[in-house]
Ligand binder design. Structure first.
Ligand code: ADP
Ligand code: MG
Length: 536
């Protein structure tokens, strides 16, 4: 166990760390800080949200002297990150007389030149704008002690590699070079081979990342009423501040619109927004004037907002890394966070593969019923109603109607009816679900027709495995199975029938494409023993 006090750093920095509320170094800080203090070049790899900024920031600040020339330059992919890093370094150096300056495109260059002239020791900037200043000779990097490439993978993704190389070439060679990144693609290795001297690699592997302070859960939902299910989950949880992840830009737009229509305070973030639009959305989110941000993975990159109580995967992430990345945005700084994943029947196998990679089983919950939501919302509805009492002027418009209703009807009926009118939008319609009609199944069972049979080596075991994997019901809950040469009938409990339907429609069994339809009821005919099979 290492404590910040164990590091050989200035007392002023230790004091600042305490004031920032950091209790102990994060794993990447614990590993990287001593090596950087020794003066080695360091490559640090750890996921987003693991404290990489302070990992390089603390030793970097420790080296800065009171000389008023640029002693450190930090390259970041976006202006948002430049501002964040600058803020974090300012806090760390609060008790030292150190000046930091973020410089990025979009801000007046004249203003930046003036600030640079006043003498700053640490410059944080995007590669493009740093290059600008180097060309104008308003920035000199010939007496630098530390260079940092922060979020290097993102900078490369954004096509900054030439700018980065051009900048590194202008820095005095006798410097320390640090590179931090969430991932380590080959291009980063190449860059480090060229511009770093015997770099020491510090990496935090995935199993150390899934912070135990994040509560994870998944909900099985139907594709058909995913939005409805989401609303019920949100209403039953009352998240303070959440990010909702969608797979595509279009998904972001649709979900944002649907939630806004239902009265939730949300806004969307996706790759097509201009920088000012993006800034405006982020500002609303940071100030909590919206409760939810709907975003794609790409759009959410580099967002660092504290107090995110919920990360909700409206669409399940593509791969385990992205899952870990997404959920790492909540539960920061030791607070507990909630990570919720919506999983449709077709995505169950995908969820299992994520679980296998992250080496943990994510517990599941069922989508709350309308009754549970109403129960949960009672207090907030009561408050809403009572708050109106103060608006005497507008309420008085309804005096006559109120008197009439109360003299003609029971007060309880009047109130219930008004509540239904007002709040049913927020609890949604009754489950649209599926209505399979009469399918000829046993009581309480829905019978499905599947368009393949023994011709694809269908067997009761194959079918039972397929259904229980997708729907998570035990094999013995599955009813009668009749397998014929070219088709199959199977009966499943009514309550899981919609899940079976979505899971097996247009799926594959033994490699063959299959379709499944609700069966048509038919008069009972005797079955031949050879072609039928009933599961127990
Ligand atoms: P990364 O660059 O790895 O994505 P950041 O450096 O942005 O992560 O840190 C994420 C958040 O965690 C920041 O708000 C930071 O202030 C906080 N943080 C960093 N180190 C610690 C620590 N040792 N204890 C508590 N919070 C920390
Ligand atoms: Mg970072």
């Amino acid at each position: 166990m290492t404590y910040f006090d164990d590091f050989e750093i200035k007392n002023e920095i230790k004091k600042a760390i305490k004031e920032m509320g950091f209790e102990e170094p994060s794993p990447v800080q614990e590993k990287a800080i001593p090596v950087i203090l020794k003066g080695d070049d360091v490559i640090g790899q750890a996921q987003t949200g693991t404290g990489k900024t302070a990992a390089f920031g603390i030793p970097l600040i420790n080296r800065i002297t009171t000389d008023s020339h640029v002693q450190s330059v930090i390259l970041t992919p976006t202006r948002e990150l430049a501002i964040q890093v600058s803020g974090e370094l300012q806090k760390l150096s609060k008790h030292l007389n150190i000046r930091t300056l973020p410089i990025y495109g979009g801000q007046s260059i004249g203003h930046q030149i003036k600030a640079l002239k006043q003498g700053v020791q640490i410059v944080i900037g995007t590669p493009g704008r740093l290059q600008d200043h180097l060309r104008r000779r308003t920035l000199k990097l010939d007496r630098v002690s530390t260079v940092v490439l922060d979020e290097a993978d993102e900078m490369l993704d954004m096509g900054f590699v030439d700018d980065i190389e051009a900048i590194l070439k202008q820095v005095n060679v006798d410097r320390q070079t640090l590179l931090f990144s969430a991932t380590m693609p080959q291009a980063i290795r190449k860059l480090s081979n060229r511009y770093m001297v015997k770099p020491v690699t510090v990496s935090i592997n995935k199993s150390e990342i899934t912070a135990p302070s994040i509560d994870q859960v998944y909900y099985k939902v139907l594709e058909r009423n995913k939005q409805e299910s989401l609303c019920r989950i949100l209403d039953s949880q009352d998240p303070e501040l959440g990010i909702l992840f969608c797979r595509t830009k279009k998904g972001v737009a649709e979900l944002t619109e649907a939630l806004q229509a239902r009265g939730y305070l949300v806004d969307g973030l996706h790759g097509d927004l201009t920088q000012p639009q993006r800034d405006a959305v982020m500002k609303k989110f940071r100030e909590s004037s919206i409760d939810f941000l709907v975003a794609t993975d790409v759009a959410a990159r580099g967002i660092d907002v504290q107090n995110i109580s919920h990360v909700i995967n409206f669409d399940i992430p593509q791969d385990p890394e992205s899952y870990v990345h997404r959920i790492g945005r909540t539960g920061r700084a030791g607070r507990t966070g909630q990570a919720i994943t919506l999983v449709t029947p077709r995505e169950m196998k995908h969820l299992r593969s994520i679980e296998a990679e992250i080496k943990m089983q994510i517990p599941s919950k069922t989508v709350p019923s309308i009754e549970e939501v109403v129960e949960k919302q009672q207090d907030s509805w009561k408050n809403l109603i009572v708050e109106q009492f103060t608006d005497e002027q507008e309420l008085s418009l309804f005096d006559d109607l109120a008197a009439e209703l109360l003299s003609d009807y029971d007060a309880k009926d009047v109130v219930r009816s008004l509540m239904k009118l007002n709040f049913s939008a927020s609890i949604g319609e009754n489950d649209p679900g599926y209505n399979f009609g009469e399918t000829g199944g046993a009581k309480g069972m829905t019978r499905f027709f599947i368009n393949v049979g023994r011709n694809v080596e269908m067997s009761p075991k194959v079918l039972i495995d397929e259904i229980s994997a997708a729907v998570g019901i035990p094999g013995k809950a599955i009813g009668r199975i009749d397998i014929f040469e070219r088709f199959t009938f199977v009966e499943v409990p009514e309550e899981v029938a919609p899940f079976v339907y979505e899971a097996l429609r247009y799926s594959r069994i033994n490699g063959a494409r299959v379709n499944l339809e609700p069966a048509k009821p038919r008069p009972k005919r005797p079955q031949t023993n050879r072609s039928s099979h009933s599961s127990k």
